[in-house]
Write a protein that binds this ligand. Structure first.
Ligand SMILES: [Zn+2]
Length: 481
């Protein structure tokens, strides 16, 4: 350990919770008795930055991250932290701040996005940009997505800088533009044109959360992999003609049959290290014995019990079913142009989400075999050229998250697989080990309409503070010996 004094200040500043049974205990234990005089990570400062960031509108569309960038830049530069902007489109900068380490380890990247989804103001009870505090909650667009991670990254940068501690590695903060649908000027632009500015061994970003059930921590979900969004198209060919004479080769009918076949098809179930760990831990912690039996059964995917569990998941727990295999959802069809003409060609677009290790050509062959109709072509159409990649569970970063979040929340840490797409996939494709983390969220809240992207997006105020501190502890653990 170098620079003990500086490190002690930092540890005091970011540790208000008591840590037990973890690696950091030896570092923190002597310090907890001491009164902290530092305000480095005080609740009031976290609240100030969080509310300010929520109050700056950065809805995408239309997308205007500039005001958020200005705020972050002023805050960072005021403390002597170097900042660079990378801008592809006016008013939509990506901000990169860097704290320099001694280079003994590869950099750590803290990533969060500055933009939010847009709003329908008429639907909001509290002002969407008010950051209103009410009964222990803070309301506003971006409170869960992603101004919580933005605040955690910012506060961590400030705390590290103020501590003066010698870092083993550079810590890079990337505040992205365009995550909500304009990644060509956000993460894609950065990866393709300025990768040197963000290249790192590990990345922390959004995509995880601490799941609470009835107000109690159930598990800490860390996103370690995600499905790969692709698009398939079905093209049915037939003979065109007057609709007054029905034809068996009708392309609308062939297409409909093919859609039903692919929708009813269950692609093969395949488990990864992450899903194996996820289901075996879920089986241990669930209070419902029938659920536990299903989670255990699926670990042996070829058994009859697994088949029954899968049928249950497909019907009653579709989000669980979706992480077990590649999936297909038919979403758009294109057929015909007037009532009395049988069209010669019809098309359907299939939203396809591949498991990270799926082979595209073999998957296409399987779908073609399921359709089993020479009148219907199955083809890949362009969507997303990011290569698939998952993140290892046996890294220093995962271990730090597991130990620090596990102790803070007194709950097991489970690797979760995202069914949607986050910007981490662009970084994983470049070899960065990325972990999605987030604050405590009541599982019940999403269904009640308080979740991410909802009209009443909100965060528990105490969970914000807790998350920012746990996040900072992970960064400290990864940057100091
Ligand atoms: Zn987000």
């Amino acid at each position: 350990m170098r620079n003990t004094t500086a490190r002690s200040t930092l540890s005091i500043a970011i540790s208000t919770a008591l840590y037990t049974g973890m690696a950091l205990l030896s570092v923190l234990a002597p310090l907890q008795a001491a009164e902290s005089t530092s305000t480095t990570l005080s609740d009031s400062e976290i609240l100030k930055h969080f509310q300010s960031l929520v109050q700056i509108q950065s809805s995408d569309p239309p997308g205007r991250e500039q005001d958020v960038t200005d705020y972050l830049r002023q805050t960072l530069e005021a403390e002597g932290i170097e900042v660079q902007l990378f801008t592809k489109e006016e008013n939509r900068p990506n901000l990169v701040a860097r704290l320099r380490g001694n280079g003994s380890k590869q950099p750590l990247l803290l990533m969060a996005h500055q933009d939010t989804v847009n709003i329908d103001a008429s639907k909001w009870t509290f002002s969407p940009f008010g950051a209103t505090r009410d009964s222990g909650w803070i309301y506003g667009r971006g409170t869960l997505d992603d101004k919580d991670n933005l605040t955690a990254s910012l506060m961590t940068m400030l705390a590290l800088k103020r501590s003066g501690v010698e870092l083993d590695r550079d810590v890079i903060f990337l505040a992205e533009a365009g995550e909500e649908g304009s990644s060509h000027l956000g993460i894609q632009y950065m990866v393709e044109n300025h990768f040197d500015a963000i290249d790192a061994e590990f990345c922390l970003a959004e995509g995880g959360s601490v799941r609470r059930q009835q107000g109690k921590e159930y598990f800490v979900g860390v996103q370690t992999g995600e499905k790969l969004p692709k698009a398939l198209e079905l093209i049915a060919h037939g003979v065109s003609g007057h609709a007054s004479i029905p034809l068996q080769s009708n392309a609308v009918v062939s297409l409909s049959r093919a859609i039903v076949k692919v929708a009813e098809w269950q692609p093969p179930v395949r488990l990864s290290d992450a899903t194996t760990s996820y289901f075996s831990q879920l089986a241990r912690i669930t209070a419902d014995p029938a659920a536990a039996a299903r989670y255990r059964a699926i670990l042996n995917p070829n058994s009859a019990e697994a088949q029954a569990a899968l049928e249950y998941f497909r019907r009653d727990e579709p989000a669980t079913a979706a992480i077990l295999s590649s999936t297909i959802s038919p979403t758009m069809t294109e057929a015909g142009y007037r009532i009395n003409v049988i069209p010669s060609e019809t098309r359907a677009t299939l939203d396809t989400r591949l498991l990270p290790d799926e082979d595209e050509s073999s998957f296409l062959a399987q779908v073609t075999a399921v359709v089993a109709d020479p009148a219907v072509e199955v083809v890949w159409v362009p969507r997303d050229n990011v290569p698939a990649a998952s993140t290892s569970l046996s890294t220093a970063a995962y271990q730090a998250i597991e130990s620090i979040f596990g102790a803070e929340y007194a709950a097991p840490v489970l690797p979760v697989t995202g069914t949607g797409a986050t910007d981490m996939r662009s970084l994983r494709g470049k070899g960065i080990q990325c972990y999605g983390v987030g604050p405590g969220i009541d599982i019940e809240d999403g269904a009640l309409g308080f979740g991410q992207h909802s009209d009443q997006e909100r965060i528990l105020e105490q969970e914000l503070y807790r998350f920012v501190r746990a996040y900072s502890e992970v960064v400290v653990a990864l940057t100091t010996e």
